[in-house]
Design a protein around this ligand. Structure first.
Ligand SMILES: NC(=O)c1ccc[n+]([C@@H]2O[C@H](COP(=O)([O-])OP(=O)(O)OC[C@H]3O[C@@H](n4cnc5c(N)ncnc54)[C@H](OP(=O)(O)O)[C@@H]3O)[C@@H](O)[C@H]2O)c1
Length: 278
């Protein structure tokens, strides 16, 4: 199978390139093809003639999207449409990476794939609008919603916490946002299986279990054997430009129906900490 990954240089893209075996995989970064450039996207897709395209390229700076809305929609929505259009022209299937931030966070039980989107940030809106457009354009595409990514090869929450914990006696971390941390290695393996199983429609792909950022930070610090105190604070105390959902746990029911089980985030964190260069 030939597979083309847009966003091959990103946090998830690196794990996809590393974990994917048994197929001919090509990874592209923004210098190879800016997904805002429809002609260039079509050109690279025609050259590669992939059976599957994984669209992991995005403008992922959630706070940056608030002050740069034009870029957010140009990359995350219109860029996704460019990739889907090119995929359709060569008969390639598509997995599009989306986000828990398409939801408003007002539920208190896991979000199902069919729950109504109601994004509260520009980033979330750009992803939600992309989902709608892609499903219109390519009803058999697969939309993999994920959340709270961590992994090697880029900025991520555990890495930031460990760096801060090494130099501070105490850290304040928000305790009123609950979600599912997801290790890029486990997500990459699940995406590979989604392609092999010919998945279509919306599917939620996160590590199993949920926590708040505070609980996640506590586990990171204690697993690393550090003595730093982690203090719970509210989102209001740590105000940021983009609003985040208070609850964005994603239900794995559809993923499990496809026969794919994800390890717990505790287990994933242990593996990440072993792999991470100290
Ligand atoms: N990180 C999370 O917590 C999280 C949570 C939920 C969903 N997601 C979604 O999961 C996917 C992967 O996220 P990630 O954290 O791996 O992202 P990331 O580390 O920020 O990497 C972004 C990737 O997109 C590429 N890119 C950015 N703008 C582009 C453009 N205009 N044209 C072509 N490529 C462009 C970058 O290429 P360059 O290296 O060349 O800039 C890079 O390869 C994204 O769709 C994201 O929205 C992420």
């Amino acid at each position: 199978m030939r597979v083309t990954i847009f966003g091959g240089s990103g946090l998830l893209g690196k794990a996809l390139m590393h974990e994917w075996s048994g197929d001919a995989v090509t990874g592209l970064c923004s210098h190879d093809a800016d997904i805002r450039d429809a002609r260039r996207v079509e050109e690279v897709v025609r050259e590669a003639r992939p059976e599957w395209i994984v669209l992991a390229a995005a403008y992922t700076d959630v706070d940056g999207c608030e002050s740069n809305q034009e870029r957010a929609f140009a990359v995350n929505r219109d860029g996704a449409v460019n990739v889907a259009t090119a995929a359709k022209k060569v008969g390639a299937r598509l997995v599009f990476l989306s986000s828990d931030y398409v939801f408003d966070g007002k539920k208190s039980t896991p979000y199902k794939t069919g729950d109504a989107r109601n994004p509260q940030s520009v980033y979330g809106r750009s992803k939600a609008e992309a989902e709608v457009k892609l499903l219109e354009l390519m009803p058999d595409c697969c939309i993999a919603r994920t959340s709270w990514l961590f992994g090697l090869g880029g900025k991520c929450f555990p890495d930031t916490i460990l760096k801060l914990a090494a130099s501070r006696p105490a850290l304040d971390v928000v305790d009123d946002q609950r979600g599912c941390p997801t290790y890029t290695v486990d997500l990459a393996r699940a995406i590979m299986q989604l392609c092999r199983k010919d998945a279509r429609g919306i599917v939620h792909v996160t590590n199993a279990g949920d926590c708040t950022w505070f609980e996640f930070a506590e586990e990171i610090v204690s697993s690393a054997g550090l003595t730093t105190t982690v203090r719970p604070v509210s989102s209001q105390q740590m105000a940021r430009p983009a609003s985040r959902p208070a609850y964005s746990v994603l239900s794995p029911t559809r993923l499990q129906a496809l026969g794919i089980e994800m390890p717990s985030w505790h287990d994933a964190l242990r593996r990440y900490l072993k792999q991470r260069p100290s």
